[in-house]
Design a protein around this ligand. Structure first.
Ligand code: SF4
Ligand code: SF4
Length: 506
């Protein structure tokens, strides 16, 4: 069994309050903890869920990247609904009108295939990133990680770092504890409410929501989703945290089939680190038969999911790299080379590959297949959008009136034309029909041969088609509606042909 096999027996019971060698917080007396239940037992699983983690803050390269991604993703999430495009909200999923606005693009329910392709591309991209570098999405862009980071940042500002929080949680309730907890929850709830409000701003014009909110004119569904999403944010990022990643997220469970021995994952170099143990900086640890790991447990203390990466890759690891940053600081202090915990592959550690050989092994069939599939789908998506007709027409026969004779020796059939203008420009169309001699088309009741379809709208237009009684033999005849852009119409020149049938009675 390779070390990449998903392990559930990781040591997630690392001591929370012990004093690590190499720690710079001045953490003094170890805090006593009751003996944990037997590993693997039901009690230990339940205890794991209940135990509140107090991850220690850490700085370093990966911590900086996490901050960058938190800021970027939140700028997009909170800012996007406020962006205007051609006089309307740039991104709006208008469920009531069944229209999705994406900047210059207006998608209708008939365009669901585009959304499906986008979802497939996103899923393949997730598979690709996972095959290349494990759970990059989880560590840096997953909403659960991002909001947990923000909520923990607020918590640290108010309650202090790890040891201060542990002490506060264990202290009896007093005025200071109540004040700190109230302040923290007030800020959490404010942020959660803002998040919920922004969320519904993707489904209803956000500029109207503020006024509707303060005048209590939101609809019941808007209230529900704002409170539900806000409550979920508060609960998941404030309380559930790593439990969502460990026990609720399906991606965590099937990642093991997407990574292999060449995937870059956060890895403890056990060859270099073992045997682990405390020592003085001056000791020649190699001479004493020791590895580079000083067993300070800092990598465990900073881990947001509370696992020990030295037990090998585990499904609970979200690939955030916090343990890499923490261990790099310890290595610096001990004047050992960095990289005892690093992004590398299982094969690189096992076979002692250098960085270049490890990177070369990234180009393997599954990566190339995922990349090619994403490329093909992306090209097809863009080409299909570029060639998409701005007008859709559906012809529906009026079933109540099959055919009737009217003045002038003519037979009349009635249809309804359903126009969908997916562009942001009005479209003016000239109507005609061919397939039988002497066919004419007029709109009802305007009696015109021209139709104007407003931008981003659908329009149902009744039309009558007339033909001389002697235009053909009795029965049904195939005809087609011809819809052309009116002279002077700007933009794409349309020439659509829609099949229909014309009935000539006996
Ligand atoms: S791997 Fe690094 S951070 Fe973790 S216990 Fe060993 S020396 Fe400390
Ligand atoms: S083991 Fe390291 S990379 Fe994995 S979740 Fe914990 S801190 Fe993040």
């Amino acid at each position: 069994m390779t070390r990449l096999a998903v392990s559930e027996s990781a040591s997630s019971h690392a001591p929370q309050g012990d004093t690590p060698p190499g720690a710079d917080e001045g953490d003094a007396a170890p805090l006593w903890r009751p003996a944990p239940p037997a590993p693997g037992s039901v009690e230990s699983r339940i205890a794991e869920v209940r135990v509140k983690l107090h991850p220690r803050s850490v700085s370093g390269t990966f911590a900086h990247w996490r901050i960058v991604f938190v800021v970027l993703t939140q700028l997009v999430f909170y800012g996007l609904p406020w962006v205007q495009w051609e006089g309307r909200q740039a991104v709006l999923f208008d469920l009531a009108a069944r229209k999705f606005y994406l900047f210059g693009l207006v998608l209708w329910p008939q365009d669901v295939v585009y959304l499906a392709v986008l979802l497939v591309i996103s899923a393949l991209a997730l598979f690709l990133f996972t095959a290349v570098a494990g759970r990059l999405f989880c560590g840096y862009a997953c909403p659960q990680t991002v909001y947990t980071e923000i909520f923990m940042w607020i918590e640290r500002r108010i309650e202090g770092d790890r040891l201060a929080r542990i002490r506060l949680d264990e202290a009896p309730w007093n005025a200071r504890k109540i004040r700190l907890k109230l302040s923290k929850h007030a800020l959490w709830i404010l942020l959660a409410w803002w998040t919920g409000s922004t969320f519904i701003g993707y489904f209803a014009p956000i500029r109207d929501l503020g006024e509707q909110l303060f005048t209590l004119q939101l609809g019941p569904w808007q209230w529900f989703w704002m409170l539900f999403y806000g409550f979920a944010t508060w609960g998941n990022a404030g309380f559930m945290r790593e439990s969502v990643c460990k026990y609720m997220c399906p991606y965590a469970r099937f990642q093991s089939v997407m990574v292999d021995r060449d995937t870059f994952v956060v890895t403890y170099d056990h060859k270099r680190g073992e045997p682990r143990g405390g020592r003085s900086r001056k000791v020649d640890h190699r001479g004493a038969g020791m590895g580079d790991c000083v067993d300070c447990s800092l990598c465990v203390q900073v881990c947001p999911t509370g696992i020990d990466i030295r037990d090998g890759l585990q499904y609970m690891c979200i690939g955030c790299g916090a343990c890499i940053d923490a261990c790099a600081q310890v290595m610096d202090k001990m004047q050992y080379p960095k990289g005892l915990i690093r992004y590398t592959s299982d094969r690189a550690i096992a076979d002692g590959l250098d960085a270049r050989a490890t990177r070369r092994r990234l180009w393997r069939p599954r990566v190339l297949v995922y990349g090619a599939a994403i490329g093909l789908l992306a090209v097809g998506f863009v080409v299909s959008l570029a060639l998409r007709s701005p007008l859709r027409v559906d012809v529906v026969r009026d079933r109540n009136v099959l055919a009737r004779e009217v003045a002038g020796g003519l037979i009349e059939n009635i249809y309804r034309l359903q126009f969908i203008n997916t562009s942001n420009e009005p479209l003016t169309l000239q109507l005609a029909a061919d397939g039988l001699p002497g066919l004419s088309v007029r709109t009802v009741p305007e009696d015109r041969q021209e139709v104007r379809v407003p931008p981003s709208s659908n329009l149902l237009v009744p039309v009558v088609v007339r033909a001389p009684t002697d235009a053909g033999t009795p029965g049904s005849h195939p005809i087609q509606f011809v819809l052309r852009s009116a002279p002077g119409q700007s933009g794409a020149q349309l020439d659509l042909h829609e099949a229909a049938s014309f009935y000539l009675p006996q």
